[in-house]
Every structure is written in C-alpha cells, then in structure tokens.
Design a protein around this ligand. Structure first.
Ligand code: FAD
Length: 292
C-alpha cells in the first residue's frame, strides 16, 4: 500500500522506525520487536539506510522480510550521498520488483570531518530534491515518496526560512509527505508548521518522536542532529543518568506529555524512533491511544 493513500484515508497515522541490525541475533531481536508492536496496527514502519551505502544489503533484506513475512506496510529509507544514479536505480528496482511502494528520499549526512572536502559523484544526486526528481523520472508514480523535515532547521542551513525553501523544492519535485527530525519542545514544531503553511507546502508533516531511554545516547543524537533538549528535562535526567530504569520512566512520562499536546493540536500522526525496542513505544502509545 502507498503511504500517501493511507494518509488520505485515516485521521491519524502511527508509524515506527527501525534500523537494520548488524548481526543475525540483532535481526531476530528486531523481528521480535516488530511482533510485539504489530498489535498496534501501525499505518507503516520504516527501515533506515546507512549513508554512503554502509547498510545497503541489510536494509534491503529487512525491508523485503517485513514486506513478505508481516502484515505491515513498509517504507525503505534511501540516501543518495555517495551513490551514482544507476546504483540508486538498481536498489529501487529491487524494491519495485518486490512490490514495495514507499521510499523516504534522503540526501544522507556528509561523512564527519569531510564537510569541506566531500566530493559528490558527478552522476549522482546532490540534494534530496534531486533524488525525488530522479525517482519520479525513472519510476513515475510507482513509489509514494516521503522526505525529511527539520523543525529546528537542518544543521547545515543558515536559517529556518532557507531550509523551508529547500523543503518546498522536495515537495515540488514530487514528495507526498514528510517526517520530522526528533524534537523535544513542541513550540519548534508549531512555529515550523506556521512557516510551512506560509510557504504553501500542503503535504502532511508527521512529527518524529524519540523516547528517551538513555541519557548519554540522547545527548549524542541531539547534538548530531541539532535538536534542543529542554533544560527542565536535562535537570530531571542528569541526576539519574546512571539508573536506566529511572531515565526510561522520566523519558516515557515526558514523551507522553509531548504526544498528548501534539495530538490535541491536531497533528496528522506520530512517527516513533524505536531504536529497535518496543517497551517505551508501547507504553507511550497505550497512554495516548484515546487521543489518536
Ligand atoms: P536535503 O533535503 O538535501 O538537505 C540537506 C541540506 O542542504 C539542508 O541544509 C538544506 O537546507 C540544504 N539544501 C537542500 N537543497 C539545496 C540546494 N539546492 N542548494 C543549497 N542547499 C540546499 N540519514 C541516513 O543516513 N539514513 C537514514 O535512513 C536517515 N533517515 C532519516 C529519517 C528522518 C525522518 C530524518 C529527519 C532524517 C534522516 N536521516 C537519515 C538524516 C538525513 O540524511 C540528514 O539529516 C542529512 O544531513 C540531510 O538529508 P535531507 O534528505 O534532509 O537533505
């Protein structure tokens, strides 16, 4: 099923993001997690792709396995950085042959330390908007295409307005929905949505929710992607940073409040960054499901 069609048919979507595990054991654990989450009947699930192709085989394998062996609608993330167009076409043809119809089209991060020197392949796509255009040219309407959006602005962008200008380019090229980078303060999302509306962008923008279960890890992720962790949350987490159960409890309580507020303000859905674990996501879902 195409996600764009599903989003038209339902009031709100619930979706889960997974990464392709490195080991067989990790893959078994992922499919256990998927089984545990399946009762929620998510609108779709997605599988990330290592920038530069580092998880190419694993992403394809996990996407195909979800498509074949579960009842879930699956979306493959696809980055273009470090790939030629023919490599991208090869991967997407594999999905098409399998019947997979959803792609999250991304540029991918420039490898650390190469921000100035990185050379984009001349026969590749420089930005996600070019990737969206390429997919539409080669595959027509076969794929429903999603893209990334950044309520606090993309780290490379000089300001939010510039970033939204380029977000619109992705929409004009054929993107049908967007999923946001994680954020912890809903005011960033509401402000972003005001600017998105002003820019004439009409596609659904689904907020990305990261349940905090590990303080060190979340600080690292937030630093990397430029997400602000509110001072009050840091003050609660810091004293218990070495007590994982307490961190998770605080993280879940925080995410429940965040999701309640988003749902009351009419968001189209919630996309959970699960990190391949089900417990926190299930607790948050159970606490807010009456509002969905
Ligand atoms: P783009 O939309 O191309 O934007 C990149 C930067 O370039 C932005 O600053 C933008 O403002 C600017 N820009 C865009 N077009 C132009 C132009 N024509 N001229 C000048 N500047 C321009 N990464 C992975 O490696 N694998 C994943 O699976 C993955 N999944 C993700 C899922 C979600 C929901 C999100 C939000 C991010 C994900 N990422 C993933 C991270 C993403 O790859 C990085 O944030 C990356 O740095 C930017 O990708 P993009 O698709 O947003 O790029």
């Amino acid at each position: 099923m195409k996600i764009s069609h599903l989003l038209k048919d339902i009031k709100r979507s619930i979706s889960f993001e997974f990464f392709p595990p490195k080991t067989e054991e990790g893959e078994k654990a992922l499919f256990e997690t998927i089984k545990e989450l399946e009762y929620i009947n998510p609108t779709f699930v997605s599988v990330t792709y290592g920038a530069g192709g580092s998880t190419r085989e694993r992403t394809i394998r996990v996407v195909k396995k979800i498509h074949r062996e579960t009842s879930l609608t699956v979306m493959a993330h696809q980055t273009c950085i470090g790939h030629t167009k023919s490599q991208i076409e090869e991967i997407l043809s594999e999905y098409k042959n399998e019947g997979v119809q959803n792609i999250l089209a991304l540029r991918g991060d420039i490898p650390q330390g190469q921000e100035e020197s990185f050379v984009f392949p001349p026969d590749g796509c420089r930005y996600a908007s070019e990737l969206v255009e390429f997919i539409r040219n080669r595959f027509g309407d076969w794929f429903s295409i999603g893209v990334a959006a950044y309520p606090e602005g993309h780290p490379e962008s000089p300001d939010l307005e510039t970033d939204i200008y380029y977000f619109k380019k992705k929409v004009d090229a054929g993107a049908e929905f967007a999923i946001t980078q994680m954020f912890f303060d809903n005011r960033y999302f509401y402000h972003f949505m005001e600017l998105v509306e002003k820019a004439g962008i009409k596609i659904p923008v689904i907020p990305g929710i990261m349940p905090v279960t590990n303080f060190k890890q979340i600080k690292k992720f937030a630093d990397m992607c430029g997400a602000t962790i509110p001072k009050q949350l840091i003050e609660k987490l810091q004293p218990v940073a070495d007590r994982p159960e307490e961190v998770e409890k605080i993280g879940i309580e925080f995410a429940v409040k965040q999701c309640e507020d988003l749902l009351k303000n009419g968001v189209k859905g919630l996309h959970f960054y699960t990190l391949n674990k089900s417990r926190a996501t299930i607790k948050i879902y159970e606490a807010v499901k009456a509002l969905i």
